[in-house]
Write a protein that binds this ligand. Structure first.
Ligand code: 5GP
Ligand code: ZN
Length: 140
């Protein structure tokens, strides 16, 4: 095992380094994996086979949800041809949330932060779904 940044890395037999993941793709140290496993409670607003969405604990808008893949992916930098289908499913979930919260006509914003300069604090990719007020641009 090797420490790389905040992660314990394991060398997999197939020759790939991985974030401390078990055989079903959960990261044992990850807050959002624990929410997926229902070990930590969350206000879940949408769930499908591959995706879960729940209310942000510190909302930055009247409606602020986080759309995440059930399988652990740390950052956008880990997206490649083997897993990029999940991004489409996350945007499908965003369109569903827009209908659920009846903000599809008024509008909303989805954003994914990456690493330190992007403002990422939880290292399991998540699409912020923000709605319910006029959002400013550009972001701070
Ligand atoms: P990031 O800063 O990584 O883009 O976004 C992480 C988001 O996760 C933040 O908006 C933060 O409020 C939210 N968050 C952090 N811990 C929890 C938690 O335990 N439960 C929920 N529902 N949201 C959380
Ligand atoms: Zn995770």
């Amino acid at each position: 095992m090797l420490m790389v940044g905040r992660y314990h890395m394991h060398f997999l037999e197939e020759g790939k380094w991985s974030d401390c993941m078990n055989e079903v793709g959960e990261n044992n140290d990850c807050l959002f994996c624990k929410i997926v496993e229902k070990k930590i409670p969350a206000d879940i607003v949408y769930e499908s086979e591959d995706i879960i969405a729940f209310k942000d604990i510190e909302p930055k808008a009247p409606i602020h949800c986080l759309i995440i893949p059930k399988k652990h992916i740390s950052t956008i930098n880990d997206i490649d041809g083997s897993n990029s289908n999940i991004i489409g499913l996350m945007y499908e979930a965003a369109a569903q949330l827009a209908r659920i919260f009846n903000v599809d006509k008024d509008g909303y914003r989805v954003v994914m932060n990456c690493n330190s300069n992007g403002g990422q604090t939880v290292y399991h990719i998540h699409l912020h779904f923000l709605a319910g007020r006029q959002l400013s641009w550009p972001p701070g």
